[in-house]
Design a protein around this ligand. Structure first.
Ligand code: ADP
Length: 636
């Protein structure tokens, strides 16, 4: 049986699968695992679970959401939530709002890869043969309210995270590696859907469609996980990158001030960089809360540096929105417009919209649909960024417009044919916390690997040189970024093999992305052989790699613990007083890195979990994402 994620005793409403079955409420012990949510009869006297009463398989779940309590609900039924699956909704009543939030959060996390997540739900109960919210009398009737945060999607960094592609299942992934791939569908778009462009898109090939920010497009065809064919309002058709558009759900996407999924520290960074008194943006308050926060920068408090304030947008019982008592609005745009003119209790009126969007269009998977061989004549080299295992890396432009990093592979340093085969698979990996591979130039020597360019360079340097007085949130956000990128790789059953701060890069917003995944397999260098070679990442390796060269996602987990340690020491060398052969002796015998001064006991316990001697006892990246997110939620 898979491990228990969470368990608790809740009131459950009978499901009335037959029309005649009675409506009743019973206490049950609910147990959530990665595969199922099960409920049991509970023996209070012996404090243990009795017989299994029912269960729902996680992959059958289509929606997890709160429900409005009934009118005059008794105290034990004030915090209901619903799990929607084929048999209809399962209604569960938590004891407090916090417990309900926690369960919804965990449930959304486990269902996020499900295929048939709903876009709409019923906010009220099904009662007496009718949906209380919309009066529809068919139990299967489609929901009447759009989910603000769709069920899935915990990846971060882009503005469209909540409706984010659900990565393909390992099954789909296997198919996509076959000679005639069935493209995995990642984005949750469907043919005929209307979407809004969050960014300008300049065509990269003649088959592409130009997009203007905030305009609407209709999806005509789903090409693969990363590209769709679309039509604009004039009838022009072509390919567009799916991560440049969102389905308009909460209606805020088109507003410049809405920075979906920006977290608190990113908002502060951005506002401070803009450095304008009254600069503001609106962001999601937390991952799944469906609530919003206005972040404002002010210099009016007299200090020269300025500071940020964060105001949660509150709602009245009638569903009106407000920041300040007595100023209520029917919708958030009206509220913002009002506060653009009136401080009304805020530290400043909202004077300047600050938006990360325009400057930072996300990377596309490849430089055009189906393009992976890049014409080197379309590359311009601008400056050298550094050099690594495979040779020099340069910053440049593709077609004179798009920023790219170009790895020029020194001849003899890589087993090129093997890499070129694998590159096609790697191009399909796309996540905001992975450095995107755009394509390769293989028709000449040296071959080039062309990737997304990240202006803040390598994380190790960033930690050592730029990060002056990082806040606890900032450090943990970095760990979170890496864990999210790695959770995606783990899900794709792709092993990194060389995760370390030197193999992460930092973008202009301070988002960390993992790079060079899987590349170590193609290194031709005797010094790179496991444990013996001087260039082998001994300091990031678990005992089973040092002793038997056994790589797995669990060896990546160990490396992640060391990477966290690098973050919390601002880039110190792990085991700095030991040489490689000391490490090979001591680590399998139980020796571990010390707790960095900046790491709390809780943070250090995450690192030590990753350094469990037995690989199976280490957490997964998905666990780490949840653990870190919980910690962050409590810090915000
Ligand atoms: P190699 O894979 O050959 O070992 P690296 O990936 O270590 O090379 O790259 C060498 C240096 O080039 C890095 O330390 C970093 O500073 C810079 N660099 C590499 N890729 C990028 C990129 N995509 N964006 C910005 N800088 C990069």
């Amino acid at each position: 049986m898979s491990e228990v994620i969470i368990e608790d005793i809740f009131m459950k409403r009978s499901q009335q699968k037959k029309k005649t079955s009675p409506l009743n409420y019973k206490e049950r012990l609910f147990v959530l695992t990665q595969d199922k949510i099960s409920y049991y009869d509970y023996d209070y006297e012996k404090a243990k679970k009795k017989g299994l009463k029912g269960s729902v398989e996680i992959d059958k779940i289509k929606c997890v959401e709160t429900v409005m309590p009934e009118d005059n609900a008794p105290p034990e039924r004030l915090y209901p939530f619903q799990i929607v699956y084929d048999d209809g909704p399962l209604y569960i009543f938590a004891k407090t709002d916090n417990v309900r939030k926690q369960w919804i959060h965990k449930l959304k996390n486990v269902v996020r890869f499900n295929k048939d997540l709903l876009q709409k739900y019923h906010p009220c109960f099904w009662e007496d043969g009718m949906w209380k919210c919309c009066q529809q009398e068919v139990k299967q009737a489609m929901g009447c309210k759009l989910l603000e945060m769709r069920n899935g999607g915990i990846s971060k960094g882009s503005h469209r995270k909540s409706r984010k592609p659900l990565p393909p299942t390992p099954e789909e992934e296997k198919t996509s590696r076959s000679p005639h791939p069935q493209p995995p569908q990642q984005h949750g778009f469907s043919v005929g859907m209307t979407v809004i462009a969050e960014y300008e898109y300049t065509p990269m090939t003649p088959q592409d469609l130009e997009m203007k920010k905030d305009e609407q497009y209709t999806i005509l065809d789903i090409c693969d996980a990363n590209w769709v064919r679309a039509k604009d309002k004039y009838g022009n058709e072509g390919y567009i990158p799916s991560n440049y558009v969102v389905e308009a759900l909460n209606g805020l996407e088109k507003f410049e001030w809405y920075c979906k999924n920006m977290n608190r520290s990113q908002a502060e960074n951005l506002l401070k960089t803009e450095n304008k008194d009254g600069g503001f943006l609106v962001r999601d308050s937390g991952k799944y809360s469906g609530k919003y926060t206005v972040s404002v920068f002010t210099k009016s408090t007299g200090d020269m540096v300025g500071s940020c304030r964060h105001y949660n947008i509150l709602t009245t019982e009638q569903g009106q929105f407000y920041l300040a008592e007595k100023h209520y609005f029917n919708n958030i745009p009206d509220l913002i417009t009002y506060h653009q003119h009136n401080a009304a209790g805020l530290v400043s009126r909202l004077k300047h919209i600050v938006s990360a969007r325009a400057q930072n269009a996300p990377s596309t998977a490849g430089l055009g649909y189906g393009v992976w061989e890049i014409d080197p004549h379309q590359l311009t080299f601008i400056k050298e960024l550094g050099s690594g295992q495979f040779g020099v890396v340069k910053y440049g432009k593709w077609q004179g417009r798009h920023d790219v990093a170009i790895k020029m592979i020194r001849e003899g340093s890589m087993s090129e044919d093997d890499f070129i085969d694998e590159a096609k698979v790697m191009m399909k990996l796309r996540h905001e916390n992975l450095v995107q591979l755009y394509g390769v130039c293989t028709k000449q020597r040296p071959i080039y690997i062309v990737t997304e360019f990240l202006s803040n360079g390598c994380l190790l340097n960033y930690l050592r040189e730029y990060l002056q007085h990082p806040s606890p949130v900032e450090l943990l956000e970095m760990c979170k970024d890496v864990s999210e990128g790695m959770a995606y790789l783990e899900y794709q059953q792709f092993i990194h093999r060389d995760l370390a701060a030197r193999n992460c890069l930092v973008d202009a917003n301070g988002t960390v992305k993992v790079t060079d995944f899987g590349l170590s397999r193609y290194v031709l260098d005797d010094e790179y052989t496991p444990s013996a070679g001087s260039k082998f990442p001994v300091r990031w390796s678990p005992p089973e790699v040092l002793l038997y060269s056994k790589f797995s996602s669990k060896s990546d987990i160990w490396a992640f613990g060391v990477l966290m340690w690098e973050i919390y020491t601002l880039g110190r060398m792990p085991y700095e007083r030991l040489n490689n052969s000391d490490i090979v002796d001591k680590v399998p015998a139980g020796y571990r890195l010390y707790r960095p001064q900046m790491a709390s006991d809780r943070i250090y316990s995450i690192m030590t979990m990753c350094w469990h001697e037995k690989p199976d006892e280490r957490p997964t990246f998905q666990d780490l994402v949840m653990i870190i997110q919980d910690l962050l939620d409590n810090m915000h």
